[in-house]
Design a protein around this ligand. Structure first.
Ligand SMILES: NC(=O)c1ccc[n+]([C@@H]2O[C@H](COP(=O)([O-])OP(=O)(O)OC[C@H]3O[C@@H](n4cnc5c(N)ncnc54)[C@H](OP(=O)(O)O)[C@@H]3O)[C@@H](O)[C@H]2O)c1
Length: 302
């Protein structure tokens, strides 16, 4: 495949879209932001912004001349993705990065998440079908697992209350999971676009670290230079509470069951070992527990 230079991004002002857009610009891609007519998002100066209706016809015009398109739209906009894919193919875009940034199509999730997974799979299968019919059109999904520095800061239920210097350690704190930092997520996108042949028509596996809660707690104490208050909790309580909320249609179940999946028995949240992942191809660096602690502490201080 020829070199990818011109890249359009949907969701550029989002949690992940912001660092991805910055990394694409730094890496020298010619970036265009595509956004909804009704969007109230704000974007960095100096990057062209195309505001359009999300119909296939209008999106095809917006994507004309682009080599690649990246979908990082939030969960509320995932229904739009089929139109984005159809438009990219019609516009002659060579690579479409589908909106995964999660656990990938093969993840063994709790049954409560299977409907969400199935909705995403519909879009992956749609992209796959178009790529089989048109050899000039290709897709990639990027599986990142837990967006570790962002998630720890955003969700104290993950066990670390950074402002209060206190932690909740679930069970014995030794269950490992893989995480990708915001920097790693952005580098994974850059890596896919720099290596289009090796990343065509598949989900790539990204990771910055494999770690457990105890290692993160040690790192937070070391980097902050002070002991943290530690409480204990049971993942079985998260499972019970999350399931009760899910059955009763009460909000909050998603986070409780996600944290259960992360720290509960079985260690199901390892995307891949370093060797089985795509980190070398994507030019991602392995980060240490101290790197994660430093990133979270700095982002909370700013
Ligand atoms: N692995 C994990 O644990 C994890 C955690 C968080 C997110 N994710 C995944 O990462 C992806 C991006 O998530 P995010 O948190 O970065 O997204 P976000 O910040 O919630 O939203 C990103 C952008 O999506 C666009 N958008 C929002 N609603 C839309 C709609 N109804 N129709 C079309 N576009 C809409 C908006 O862009 P404009 O205003 O410019 O149109 C918005 O700025 C999602 O697939 C999400 O599920 C995974």
């Amino acid at each position: 495949m020829s070199v990818i230079k011109k890249v359009a991004i949907f969701g550029a002002a989002g949690n992940f879209g912001t660092p991805i857009t910055a990394a694409l610009t730094r890496a020298g891609f010619e970036v265009t932001i595509i956004t909804r007519i009704e969007s109230e998002s704000t974007f960095p100066d100096g990057i062209p912004v195309v505001r359009t209706e999300y119909t296939v016809e209008k999106l095809t015009a917006a994507l004309s001349g682009q080599d690649a398109a990246i979908s990082v739209i939030g969960p509320g906009g995932l229904h739009a993705q089929i139109a984005l894919i159809d438009a990219a193919e019609a516009a002659g875009v060579k690579r479409f990065i589908v909106d995964d940034f999660g656990w990938g199509p093969k993840f063994n999730s709790l049954p409560e998440f299977r409907e969400i997974g199935a909705q995403r799979k519909v879009t992956y299968d749609h992209a796959k079908k178009l790529c089989q019919a048109n050899s000039n059109f290709t897709y990639t999904g990027i599986t990142i697992g837990n967006p570790i520095d962002w998630a720890i800061k955003r969700f104290p239920l993950m066990g670390f209350d950074v402002k209060q210097r206190s932690a909740v350690i679930y069970d014995d704190g030794t269950v490992e999971f893989t995480g990708t930092t915001l920097e790693g997520i952005a580098q994974a996108v850059v890596g896919v676009l720099k290596h289009p042949d090796e990343t065509a028509n598949r989900h790539v596996k990204a990771r910055s670290i494999q770690v457990c809660q105890n290692q993160l707690l040690d790192a937070f104490q070391r980097v902050s230079g002070q002991p943290w208050e530690v409480k204990r909790a049971a993942t079985s309580d998260l499972l019970e509470s999350g399931r009760k909320k899910h059955q009763g249609g009460v909000s909050g179940w998603i986070l409780e069951l996600l944290v259960y999946q992360l720290f509960g028995p079985g260690g199901r949240c390892i995307v891949a070992s370093k060797e089985d992942s795509d980190v070398d191809l994507l030019e991602m660096k392995e980060e240490s527990p101290d790197d994660i602690a430093r990133k979270v502490l700095e982002s909370v201080a700013n």
